[in-house]
Ligand binder design. Sequence first.
Ligand code: SF4
Length: 374
Amino acid sequence: MAGIYLHIPFCKQACYYCNFHFSTSLGQRDALVASLLEEMQLQRHYLERQPVHTVYFGGGTPSLLPDADLHRLMTALRRLFNITPDAEITLEANPDDLHPEKLAALHAAGVNRLSIGVQSFHETDLRWMNRAHNSAQALACIQDAQAAGFRNLSIDLIYGGPTLSDAGWEENVRQAIALGVPHLSCYALTVEPGTALDSFIRKHKVPPVDPDKAARHFELLMQWMEAAGYEHYEISNFALPGWYSCHNSSYWQGAHYLGLGPSAHSFNGRSRQWNVSNNSVYINGIREGKVPFEAEILTPAMALNEYIMTSLRTAAGCNLQLVAERFGDEPRRQLETGSREFILSGKMERKEHSLVLTREGRLFADGIAAELFV
Ligand code: SF4
């Protein structure tokens, strides 16, 4: 089981909080699509003909891809890789791109799952974040996607921002539930170094982000989603039964994946590599027949720590039997000893062979994982 990720590094405008790799100039779009097609050729043996169960167009804003380009990319993927007939094909989209004709074209290209960057249904929040869409588009795109036959829908929402009250946050979540969206990815607003938001806060143009508010929004979110029947299957992800993201789940289960495009990451069980985060350098490298990337071989300790970090973020938790099988008895013993204080303080529990974070523990997931690193 393997996955393929394609990074489409273009956006209409820069959201103030964003630190992903993208450009707001579309001048290199054609060259980049040509490079992606070429990179597929160069990397066609990376997954060693493993069946590919998931394809994910991320970005940036993949819904900015012209329909013909998406068709060409999909056709080449099917020709060069062992994509299974029932593969989950996800495309990240922004609400302002999802008009009915676009939705029909995405459907025709084989996209069967949309991940929509709604972020908020409130105009004030959207303006504060410098999103390209408005609240009417946030709502309409979901209804249009459903009318176009997309049942497998996910939306992203951001909480903890200064313009979002507790009541506003509840309205956002209730709106998503009322629309019957089966999958939600919810993220705390974070201030990443070098972003416009970081600069505004430093210059006192906007207030700093309040971590207590974000923690409160996260706790409320867990309560509302549980009451609505959604499963909290990963720290930031909630799904109705049967609607988990296969692509993200396979990352967390250690499946191999190939990343295509600038800044995309790949993993083949032995090493991980990441393409250069620069469109021109990427395009020029591919023109010369070389994928510009850096790589590192995973030591057993790195692989174990990565497993601890990712597994603790999931509802299934960190499987100690699996740790013993893959890494030996000593790491398992260390994890059992290290986890005692978190179990005593109510942040973690033992469920059969696994260590699982409690609702309280999920607030500190990354810190707890770091404490348990080998
Ligand atoms: S649309 Fe997405 S990738 Fe583009 S700037 Fe906004 S958050 Fe970043």
